[in-house]
Design a protein around this ligand. Structure first.
Ligand code: AHG
Ligand code: MN
Ligand code: MN
Length: 310
């Protein structure tokens, strides 16, 4: 009798967990869900392309003047093809395309994306990613309403930021993403990822980074913002910085495709994202490919940045 009761209870718990996992991607509005489902399909295809397509450089440059690898172009084509099927997308804009590309006049959302982030790491087989910012009305930081990124590492993981930040893992055998857990930043972390050419750092920036190391922070910088920011987020905190420098007065990372989506993730996870002084999500780009200095982290580290940059 007791045994049967226990088995019944165990089955109930399993069923509850199953429906909890399934329901995660169904909440929110249907149009947003349609976009996230499309990103899942995209991620599966890009993951396959990374494994089987040519990993060499292309002969072309993108709008930021970066030499493209063939996989940048392939990933961009996969995304364009899949998003073209999604009715709720009004317009897309890609790091790999000069101009925005209209899709559906009556679509509710604008989507800006970096098809393959960290693509210079493709040849050395380090983790890379895809980043998507979902906006309403315009690409101002204040108008981002959700963001999603995918990490192509030893596993494929997807992080979705809406009202909370959620981690999903790709089950490659089933071809589906399974909810893992909600992600929250702690008040203080142990890692820093300091970007930019050190020779060109402003002296006060160098001093700030040195001070973090003196406090005991450990260096974690791969050259791909997706795995670098993913690591800091999953380890619960720290600082990722890509500052303005003598050679790049507006930093390197692009507002629409890289900075705003990660600012949204970090803020929803309980952290902060600033350009040194201002909230990154208060910025308005003047051009689709505009860049900005950026700092993402947990509360303690960002307060330190604010003290130095004020
Ligand atoms: P992308 O591959 O889309 O051009 O982006 C690379 C970005 C970002 O992922 C990374 O943090 C940064 O560039 C690395 O720049 P440095 O080589 O200057 O460190
Ligand atoms: Mn990028
Ligand atoms: Mn890219």
């Amino acid at each position: 009798m007791l045994m049967r009761l226990l088995v019944g209870f165990w089955r109930m718990v399993r069923r509850y967990n199953f429906y909890r996992k399934m329901s995660k991607l169904k909440k929110g509005d249907n149009q947003m869900t349609e976009i996230i489902k499309s990103i899942e399909t995209i991620a599966i295809q890009i993951n396959e392309a990374i494994k089987y397509e040519d990993t060499s450089k292309a002969e072309t440059e993108n709008s930021s003047g970066d030499i493209q690898v063939k996989l940048d172009v392939i990933s961009d084509e996969i995304i364009e093809k899949e998003f073209s099927k999604v009715k709720s997308i009004k317009e897309i804009v890609s790091e790999e395309k000069e101009d925005a590309y209209p899709l559906n006049e009556n679509g509710k959302y604008l989507v800006a994306y970096d098809p393959l982030d960290g693509s210079s790491l493709i040849d050395v087989n380090l983790s890379v990613g895809s980043i998507f910012g979902i906006y309403k009305n315009s690409y101002d930081g204040a108008n981002i309403v959700a963001s999603v990124y995918v990490v192509y590492g030893p596993r494929v993981e997807m992080v979705v930021a809406r009202d909370v930040v959620e981690l999903f893992k790709l089950d490659e055998k089933k071809g589906e993403f399974i909810f893992q857990k909600e992600l929250r930043l702690q008040e203080k972390g142990k890692l820093i990822g300091p970007g930019g050419t050190q020779k060109e750092w402003y002296p006060f920036h160098k001093e700030m980074i040195d001070n973090f190391f003196k406090e005991g922070y450990r260096l974690r910088y791969s050259g791909g913002m997706v795995p670098d920011l993913h690591q800091i987020l999953l380890k619960g905190g720290g600082l990722f910085a890509y500052p303005a420098t003598n050679d790049k007065s507006k930093g390197k990372l692009r507002m629409l495709f890289e900075v705003f989506p990660f600012a949204y993730v970090y803020k929803i996870a309980g952290g902060l994202a600033i350009d040194g002084k201002e909230d990154l999500l208060s910025l308005t780009p003047t051009h689709l490919h505009d860049t900005t200095a950026c700092f993402f982290g947990s509360d303690y580290e960002i307060q330190k940045v604010l003290e130095v940059y004020k």
